[in-house]
Design a protein around this ligand. Structure first.
Ligand SMILES: *Cc1c(COP(=O)(O)O)cnc(C)c1O
Length: 424
């Protein structure tokens, strides 16, 4: 099926007389006739639901649609993108383990990997998203359990060389995990380029209407855990908390990762997405292909306009010829990248502040990927604690403006930017 079809048909085919739209199972628990029936569920011997902290049918239907969109074999929803990032790593790493990540990642993911996972005894080495094979290989250690990157980094807007990262990960017997939040499967399907696990903040384009925080994890079903059993005891040796089940044996390559993350991590951490929010994500998915095309086309038009504007000092967008990520974008994102651009106004911080104050259509928000255009001046918001020198060192200069183009008419977004630039 083409992606437009999967957006509306994937994951859910109602039977005779069943609801056309995915139903919301707003129930914490399920009723069973006998204790034996329930016992089989707890032993993972029978399929079924018992408690929404672990699994809920609404969530599973939406996750199945996302799995189909990404070309994976299994998926789960989480309460946020942060929970998806955490589960994807913690499903493979324990205290004493190590993993490698691109340094061009979402700020929340950096905090999680560098600070919080460090406190759990799991160490992360950061590498450039443009690292060579040799530089990547040099970051690996005997206890390295996975490699992580973002297809298009938020907010750095670098493009990951997925094939290169996958090659080095596989040479070291570990999976590549890719955060595909910004392009969505409409613009890039990382599994086709060798990624093993794909994660999402569904809060962004998948929801798309600024209505609910959520996340998702998709397994490609391709990584052979048993071939590297020494590295992944959690998947390849008996789980004492589940009556000695060996996930990779019982559920195979296709199901082991998500089953373990559900049975262990969701059970113990409880980061479930509410079924109501899953329903909203599903409504977003139905128009995902249409919206992502409009977001990407608008951003391309806006980036080209800004690049030619005399009051704009610089523009970063991988769809612009001459951008340092242009060639990678042509390879991995030939139909468009995403709606997010960053740029600087001539005149630095003060000019940026004047510009921001004059915007009428674009609203100031710490959000991206909404249907409405939104904008942020990090030096006055998310990075407010840094002085100008520290901002430059972090790659987020005092003049940097992050613009997330919505699905309005490009002409109207451009008119708003132009009238605000005229005040500078
Ligand atoms: C927002 C974001 C996250 C975190 O997701 P939340 O849903 O806010 O927890 C992770 N990765 C990327 C690329 C993001 O943009």
């Amino acid at each position: 099926m083409n992606i437009e079809t999967t957006c509306v048909q994937g994951g859910y085919q109602p039977g005779n007389g069943e609801p056309r739209q995915i139903p919301i199972y707003q129930s914490t628990t399920w009723r069973y006739a006998t204790s034996q029936d329930m016992g089989k569920l707890f032993d993972l011997e029978a399929e079924g639901y018992f408690y929404t902290r672990l699994q809920n049918p609404t969530n599973d239907l939406v996750a199945a649609r996302i799995a189909e969109l990404e070309g994976g074999t299994a998926a789960m929803l989480t309460s946020s993108g942060q929970a998806a990032s955490f589960f994807s790593i913690f499903n493979l790493c324990s205290a004493g383990d190590h993993f490698v990540s691109s340094s061009a990642i979402y700020g929340g993911t950096y905090n999680l990997f560098h600070h919080t996972m460090g406190r759990m005894g799991i160490e992360c080495t950061f590498v450039s998203p443009h690292a060579t094979e040799e530089e990547l290989a040099a970051a690996f250690r005997p206890n390295t359990k996975c490699l992580f990157g973002e297809t298009i980094a938020n907010p750095a807007l670098t493009v990951l060389d997925i094939e290169r990262f996958a090659k080095v990960a596989h040479e070291h017997g570990v999976p590549l995990i890719v955060d595909n939040t910004f392009p969505t499967p409409v613009n890039c399907r990382p599994i086709e380029w060798g990624a093993d696990i794909v994660i999402h903040s569904t809060t962004k384009y998948m929801d798309g209407h600024a209505s609910g925080v959520g996340g998702a994890i998709v397994d490609s079903g391709k990584f052979d855990w048993m071939a590297h059993a020494d590295k992944f005891p959690g998947l390849c040796t008996p789980d004492e908390s589940y009556h000695g089940i060996v996930y990779a044996e019982r559920f195979g390559k296709e199901g082991a990762f998500i089953t373990k993350a559900t049975a262990q991590l969701m059970r113990d951490f409880g980061s479930i997405q509410s079924p109501q929010n899953a329903y909203y994500v599903n409504l977003g998915l139905e128009s995902l292909a249409l919206r992502v095309r409009q977001h990407s086309a608008n951003a391309q038009a806006v980036a080209e306009h800004l690049a030619a504007h005399p009051k704009v000092a610089w523009v970063r967008y991988c769809g612009l010829p001459g951008d340092e990520n242009y060639e990678l974008a042509q390879k991995y994102l030939p139909n468009g990248s995403c709606g997010v651009i960053s740029f600087g106004v001539e005149g630095g911080r003060a000019a940026a502040e004047t510009f921001m104050a004059a915007l009428k259509l674009a609203s100031i928000e710490t959000h991206v990927a909404d249907s409405r255009t939104c904008v942020l001046h990090p030096a006055n918001a998310t990075h407010r604690q840094m002085n100008d020198e520290e901002l430059v060192a972090a790659g987020i200069g005092p003049d940097l403006i992050r613009l997330s183009c919505g699905i309005e008419a490009a002409e109207d977004i451009i008119a708003d930017l132009d009238q605000a630039l005229a005040t500078v």
